[in-house]
Design a protein around this ligand. Structure first.
Ligand SMILES: NC(=O)c1ccc[n+]([C@@H]2O[C@H](COP(=O)([O-])OP(=O)(O)OC[C@H]3O[C@@H](n4cnc5c(N)ncnc54)[C@H](O)[C@@H]3O)[C@@H](O)[C@H]2O)c1
Ligand SMILES: [Zn+2]
Ligand SMILES: [Zn+2]
Length: 364
């Protein structure tokens, strides 16, 4: 099969590799129908995630069809259409029993395109299939559910739920990339009073308005703290969500938040940030960190099925799976291409009827 293989910092290629096979009874093999690229894949390519060994297939977000199951898989069948998400769950360890799958100590957690081969490929081996994939209702398209594989649960769990967004709150979202925009989208489930998006890029701020931000601030030109104070009677935001991953944006969140408010960090940080306890200690501020657990995926899937949530606007570009290399170029140049998520689409599987005809023809 073909797959996008990481060959060390700065190096990737679309290679012919061996088809995946069942290795454990709890494995399934999935034909990838749709996949996508994450900002984290770009971090890996920069060499920021050294646990990813050269030779690893990248990708941790996909919708696919089960083509093979191990002898221990009991709730899935060949032909099932499933969402394969960034987090795998062994279903048995202490953390999985607490629905904190991101912390799985039984071999799950974030493993695709990280510790094992990932999902930007024609096929993938999915460990702990029974407890890790989600069946996709027939009436939903791949694109309707694909972003449940990472950005939606991440923004919802680590941003909105950790931040404790409540009706009427002023929510400040720092960083309006896919994660910040998904935070805006899912915080609206709680009817905040006002959503303020802060970013350095005007194009991202425009997208933030389309996703539901009420106020946008370009912190390259404007003073975000002064503006948020003005909007909130001098108090600050009830909730500040960090969706960039830089020391300065984390520190900005701690300045934007009101006394008694909450800072929810979502960004992946590569450098230490200063925690200004000398000013924060007296302000009763709560701070949270987290890796997505994906425990809310079934809830988000229900909201999509019931038309309460529509994430299709994240799909700004589409490529055939075989053009994954160009898709990376487009995604990495988001400042020029305005890409949010690029969808990688496999050729439709050969319909059974055509296959039967072909067999008859061969037989005849
Ligand atoms: N915690 C988790 O489980 C989890 C999961 C997925 C992604 N993430 C992380 O979330 C973060 C956001 O992801 P993304 O895909 O949206 O990233 P992205 O790079 O697409 O978006 C980041 C946005 O921040 C803006 N920005 C950069 N510097 C800024 C600054 N100084 N002030 C204001 N805005 C600034 C950029 O213009 C961009 O719009 C990343 O750090 C990513 O690794 C965390
Ligand atoms: Zn990701
Ligand atoms: Zn586990």
């Amino acid at each position: 099969m073909k797959a996008l293989v990481y060959h060390g910092p700065g190096q990737r290629s679309w290679d012919e590799v061996p088809d995946p096979t069942i290795q454990e009874p709890t494995d399934a093999i999935v034909r990838i129908d749709s996949s996508t690229i994450c900002g984290t894949d770009l971090h890996i390519l920069k060499g920021d995630v050294p646990e990813v060994k050269p030779g690893t297939i990248l990708g941790h977000e996909a919708v696919g069809t089960i083509t093979e199951i191990g002898s221990g898989v009991t709730t899935l069948e060949i032909g099932d259409r499933v969402l394969v998400s960034c987090i795998t769950s062994c279903g048995r360890c202490r953390f999985c029993k607490e629905h904190r799958y991101g912390l799985c100590t039984g071999g799950g957690g974030w493993i695709f395109g990280h510790l094992i081969d990932g999902l930007q490929a024609e096929y993938a081996r999915v460990p702990f299939a029974d407890t890790s994939v989600y069946k996709v209702p027939d009436e939903l398209s791949d694109e309707q559910v694909l972003f449940l594989a990472d950005i939606l649960p991440t923004a919802y769990e680590v941003g909105v739920l950790n931040g404790g967004v409540e009706p009427g709150d002023t929510v400040a979202v720092v960083g309006a990339g896919p994660i910040g925009l998904a935070t805006i989208m899912t915080s609206k489930l709680y009817t905040p009073g006002r959503i303020v998006a802060i970013d350095l890029a005007d194009s991202r701020l425009e997208q933030a308005r389309e996703f539901g931000a009420d106020v946008t601030i370009n912190n390259g030109r404007e003073d975000p703290v002064a503006l948020v104070m003005e909007l909130t009677g001098g108090l600050g935001a009830d909730v500040a969500v960090e969706a960039v991953g830089l020391p300065e944006t984390f520190e900005l969140c701690t300045e934007l938040v009101r006394p008694g408010g909450r800072v929810a960090n979502v960004g992946v940080h590569g450098h230490p940030a200063t925690l200004h306890l000398e000013t924060l200690w007296i302000r009763d501020v709560t701070m949270t960190t987290g890796l997505v657990d994906t425990f809310t995926t079934p809830r988000l899937l229900k909201l999509i099925a019931e038309s309460r949530l529509d994430a299709t606007a994240f799909a700004t570009h589409r490529f055939p799976l075989g053009e994954t290399m160009s898709a990376y170029d487009t995604f990495a140049a988001a400042a020029e291409t305005h890409a949010l998520k690029v969808v990688l689409e496999a050729e439709p599987a050969v319909p059974a009827v055509v296959a039967d005809d072909a067999l008859v023809a061969v037989g005849a």
